[in-house]
Ligand binder design. Structure first.
Ligand SMILES: [Zn+2]
Length: 325
């Protein structure tokens, strides 16, 4: 990783908040077979990524920190037409974790998967959660896709039985503010109280108003969690902290997406990714990981969090979420 000048400046600003132990609740791993379309381009320039490439790429941003990682397969658009890509992505993850007793993983669940199939996947060493993606929906349109189009009820049954988290990236224009999404989240977390639902990316609130304005509509169910992966807008983090009193928020990087230069920001009523290819002239960019960390630092300051509470976001809450103690 080659850091920019601005990266170094941001690290100086945020580094005093970092605990020595970091748990990344949302990082992706892949190899070419499981990511046939994107592998080899952009931030996916490596042939494969795992916990070793992660540590090599992230350590400069976390001086002196030790990592534990929840590794998630990276979704490939080809999943729409070729389900074997899901199997290959899961096989790669399961193989990485075979002899790893430090890190954990989340297997990729396809909308057509049965309880039996999902139950078998979670018996593998280190598999502690489920992940779904809208690409597996019959119509994976990001603006109209409802959650049940890509998250099968069989996943809820298994998650409920085994007390596992389901990591969910909601779609539709208004993300977690969308009434269909909110109704689904409230209904299913009530119906399956032992499953834990993680609303990834603060409920995909790259447009911060979506989670800020939906917080009082989301049920106060103890099994609704948030991860903050790739979020670079402080209000989104603050909304999740307020909603859960800081108890059900976990830090994540969205590695290797966080290797982009630039960041996603609220733009109009939606959001926009201002990254390497479309940076305004004369701006001095940092990498997304540093932008996200500075947004977290500001959110924690504005929320008057103690260091113990900050440590919980970066580590302890994830241990509770994934039942690792
Ligand atoms: Zn992700």
């Amino acid at each position: 990783m080659i850091l920019t000048e601005e990266d170094y400046k941001l690290i100086e600003i945020y580094k005093d908040m970092l605990p020595s132990k970091i748990f990344d609740a949302h990082a992706h791993v892949y190899n070419g077979a499981g990511l046939p379309t994107a592998c080899g381009s952009g931030v996916f320039y490596r042939e494969c990524v795992n916990h070793e490439t992660y540590t090599a790429d992230m350590s400069d941003y976390f001086p002196g920190c030790d990592f534990e990682i929840n590794m998630i397969p990276m979704p490939d658009i080809k999943i729409k037409s070729d389900k074997t890509v899901v199997d290959k992505a899961n096989a790669y993850l399961i193989n990485i974790l075979k002899n790893d007793n430090k890190n954990i993983g989340s297997v990729y669940v396809h909308v057509t998967d049965s309880e039996q199939r999902i139950g078998d996947l979670v018996t593998n060493n280190g598999i502690k959660a489920l992940k779904c993606y809208h690409y597996s929906a019959p119509n994976p349109d990001p603006e109209t896709c409802v959650i049940s189009d890509f998250l099968p009820e069989s996943a809820w049954v298994v998650a409920n039985e085994k007390k596992l988290p389901i990591i969910l990236h909601v779609m539709r224009i208004n993300a977690i503010l969308d009434s269909e999404n909110i109704t689904y989240v409230n209904r299913m977390t009530e119906k399956y109280p032992d499953a834990k639902l993680v609303l990834a990316h603060c409920g995909r609130s790259f447009a911060p108003h979506t989670v800020v304005r939906s917080a009082d509509k989301i049920a106060d169910n103890e099994n609704i969690w948030f991860d903050t992966a790739a979020i670079c807008e402080s209000p989104s983090v603050i909304a999740c902290l307020k909603k859960t009193k800081g108890k059900r928020v976990v830090w994540g990087t969205d590695y290797p997406i966080c290797l982009n230069i630039g960041k996603p920001i609220g733009m109009g009523s939606g959001f926009c990714w201002i990254t390497g290819d479309n940076l305004p002239p004369n701006c001095k960019p940092a990498h997304l990981i540093a932008e996200s960390l500075i947004a977290h630092k500001l959110a924690f300051m504005l929320s008057d969090l103690t260091q113990t509470e900050i440590n919980a976001i970066f580590y302890d809450n994830a241990k509770n979420l994934f039942s690792l103690r």
